[in-house]
Design a protein. Structure first.
Ligand SMILES: [Zn+2]
Length: 469
């Protein structure tokens, strides 16, 4: 039998495909040509069928579709050790909002490069940035240099501010001067990132993220929704995030936030509500009736201190078929690799568990749907983009290797990745970037954060005596 040519054959892997049947091949292979997956199946069959330019032996390790972080304020990764609690405005010399407002284009590039490399090491090949970058061009160049995918939105689309009183750490005169709460500004910016979508192979794509948490007028919401639908893109917004937000929104508008969105006609299957921690029964009904999606950040759920008081509904939503995906939000106290474990723990704390298989769906297929890219990403299937992760067979948390779904969701953490393909190209091999000098990126981001701390008068020390050399 004549063999078919292919560019890359990844063989001898434990394949978690995330296809519709959730097929797992205990000894599987994936054939790739160009940017696409050509075939997925048993190792012996694909080896007999394909003549590959290059063959990668996974050595029995887990192979899976690249994870997608459905909500990650990428620059917040550099807040590590800066803020104990971003909502406690008395605990730091400056507000979180001032830190955000201070960022330079080079800071954004340095932070994005570092966070992107870290995500590849954790098995992520894409993240959705929720419109908090001021210089998307610098950040996009960093993402492309590392070789990841990302979805970018224009900065801070907000035009009313009453609800921010419930979240004082998120507003400051300095941030409002840089991103004014102003309808003309935001309506003029709505389509600012959509030019990226003209190239179907672009790694960085554009969409619309309305800041939300009650800071959008009906005019802004409807304009953002119309633009998103006209361009076949999802519309994201934060809602139901923190205590007080919903109450203030009701006082100002006379109606609950998601009910209002539903009445305005902006809640549908391509509308993605981020957080949904604190919603009332009428808002829950609006979620059910509209078929909208949810992105949940369990790490924020924990850090808001609401685990004992919130009416936890994520597991119930997942069971009834509401598409729930996962985002790190800000990877300041952990890496995005910890998101599924945090979701697992949050659900346990609230006594309504989420299974490892549910968590994996939330980080792959459902997250691809949140990006509006479910036809291209999220699973290992013929025709989809070749965004493929091969874990290391020597990684901590890899064994016993009987249940790869459990390991992938809960025990395989950051640093457990051997090889990553994005769009059919190697971006990580032998556990190292093929594209960038990782140590150079690490040094640059450390210097960038030190300079920011100095500008803002923040002491980054651990509080214990540090002996200088
Ligand atoms: Zn967010």
């Amino acid at each position: 039998m004549n063999k078919s040519p292919c560019d890359i054959l990844i063989c001898n892997g434990q394949l978690v495909t995330m296809d519709a049947a959730r097929t797992i091949h205990s000894a599987g292979a994936v054939a790739v040509t160009g940017s696409r997956i050509v075939e997925v199946g048993p190792d012996t069959e694909l080896r007999a069928r394909y003549d590959a330019e290059e063959t990668i032996d996974a050595e029995g390790a887990i192979v899976h579709p690249g994870f997608i972080d459905a909500h990650n304020h990428i620059v917040h990764t550099t807040c590590r050790g800066v803020f104990g609690n971003i909502h406690d405005v008395d605990a730091s010399t400056i507000k979180f909002a001032d830190w955000k407002a201070d960022v330079t284009p080079q800071d954004e590039a340095d932070a994005t490069a570092m966070a992107a490399v870290e995500m590849l090491h954790s098995g992520f090949t894409m993240f959705i940035e929720p419109g908090t970058l001021f210089s998307t061009e610098h950040a996009a160049q960093a993402v492309e240099r590392v070789g990841m995918r990302a979805l970018f939105a224009p900065p801070y689309l907000w035009d009313r501010r009453e609800t921010l009183a419930a979240m004082p750490g998120l507003e400051s005169p300095r941030l409002m001067a840089r991103a004014p709460v102003n309808r003309d500004r935001v309506l003029g910016l709505l389509d600012a990132e959509l030019h990226r979508n003209q190239d179907p192979d672009a790694l960085v794509r554009g969409f619309v993220f309305v800041y939300g948490v009650g800071t959008a007028s009906p005019e802004l919401l409807q304009a953002a929704h119309a633009l998103s639908r006209a361009n076949n893109l999802p519309l994201h917004l934060h809602a139901g995030y923190a205590p007080g937000e919903g109450e203030i929104y009701r006082e100002v508008t006379g109606v609950s936030q998601l009910v209002h969105l539903h009445e305005l006609g902006v809640l549908d299957q391509n509308t993605v509500i981020v957080h949904a921690n604190l919603l009332d029964d009428d808002e829950e009904a609006a979620i059910r009736e509209s078929g909208c999606q949810i992105v949940w950040s369990p790490i924020s759920f924990f850090s808001l201190g609401i685990a004992r008081t919130a009416d936890f509904r994520m597991a119930e939503r997942y069971r009834r078929g509401t598409p729930v995906s996962l985002g790190a939000d800000g990877a300041m106290d952990c890496t995005p690799a910890a998101t599924m474990l945090a979701a697992h723990s949050a659900a346990r704390v609230c006594d309504d568990p989420l299974s490892p298989s549910a968590l994996l769906e939330m980080q792959t297929t459902n997250a691809a749907a949140a990006a509006g890219l479910q036809a291209e990403l999220g699973s290992l299937e013929p025709g989809k983009r070749a965004d493929i992760v091969v874990r290391s067979p020597r990684a901590a948390g890899s064994y016993p290797a009987n249940n790869p779904v459990h390991l992938l969701a809960l025990t395989l953490g950051a640093g457990s990745v051997e090889t990553v393909l994005v769009n059919g190209k190697f971006v990580l091999r032998n556990g190292r970037s093929t594209r960038v000098d990782e140590l150079e990126i690490s040094r640059a981001v450390t210097a960038s954060v030190a300079a920011r701390a100095q500008r803002l008068g923040i002491d980054l020390g651990p509080g214990w005596p540090v002996a200088e050399v």
